[in-house]
Design a protein around this ligand. Structure first.
Ligand code: PEP
Ligand code: MN
Length: 263
């Protein structure tokens, strides 16, 4: 079902006014974790000022250590919904467990399935039964074929609105947190009809190379970019070393707009 051979025309995923995969690159931006109403609102306000629509924020966090901040859960989703509605934005947020999906739907416009859950088949099947687009991240060490099969689960269970998200894969290289597999972008575009997003933040794991990675992603044909933005990254409860602050985000976006036009 994901194959372009069977379905030659591009799938366009509509999220409110945003049409992902229709030619104009989309930007998904927001904090790694929702930490408070004020923190989330500050980012949402900047998105609105920049004319962007897609606000990301983690409420259920898949942390490597059980002792790290696990997210605000449903309280975080409520914050996202409130600030998104205030500024006319759409919410992109990760769900970790199939049993949370139904209850989360009033708060979420795009359900994110994270890298660590790319082969959580119960979650993929459940995401197939909802009427909300799904942003599916590539697994930490998943091949492109495994990634496509994970998307296939969602389509096979009835949901055609899937965005594939390359977010870097694990290699021997330690200069970046993950290795952005730029080749995955044209390969996924050629082999599937689904829109492709590149999460530059989780690929890099550092904030100083987010602009060249974003340029490379768009030059390679990505339909959307994801970036983590926090009003005060240095005190963030997760991913403090890789999030950009609001002025840095605006500079990044301005440079992308200068090179690629409307986003
Ligand atoms: C995220 O986007 O919040 C996240 C945890 O990313 P990933 O699943 O790609 O590690
Ligand atoms: Mn993060």
């Amino acid at each position: 079902l994901v194959s372009r051979k069977r379905h030659p025309e591009d799938t366009v995923v509509e999220v409110g006014p945003v049409r992902i995969g229709a030619g104009v690159p989309a930007v998904v931006a927001g904090p790694c974790s929702v930490e408070s109403y004020e923190q989330t609102r500050a980012v949402a306000e900047a998105l609105r000022e920049e004319g962007l629509t897609l606000l990301r924020g983690g409420a259920f966090k898949p942390r490597t250590s059980p002792y790290d901040f696990q997210g605000l859960g449903f309280d975080g989703l409520k914050i996202l919904r409130e600030v998104a509605d205030e500024f006319g934005l759409k919410v992109v947020s990760e769900i970790l467990a199939p049993e949370d999906l139904e209850m989360a739907l009033p708060y979420i416009d795009v359900v994110q399935i994270g890298a660590r859950n790319m082969q959580n088949f119960a979650l993929l099947k459940a995401a197939g039964h909802i009427d909300r687009p799904v942003l599916l991240k590539r697994g930490l060490s998943a091949t492109i074929e495994e990634f496509k099969y994970a998307a296939e689960y969602i389509l096979a269970h009835g949901n055609p609105n899937v965005i594939l998200c390359e977010r870097g894969i694990r290699t021997f290289e330690r200069a970046t947190r993950n290795t952005l597999d730029i080749s995955a972008v044209p390969i996924l575009k050629a082999e599937t009809h689904l829109p492709v997003c590149v999460d530059v933040t989780h690929a890099a794991g550092r904030r100083d190379i987010l602009l060249p990675l974003a340029k490379a992603a768009l030059a390679a044909g990505a339909d959307a970019l994801m970036i983590e933005v926090h009003p005060q990254p240095e005190v963030a409860l997760s991913d403090a070393q890789q999030q950009v602050n609001i002025p840095e985000f605006r500079a990044w976006l301005g440079e992308i707009r200068r090179m690629f036009g409307a986003v």
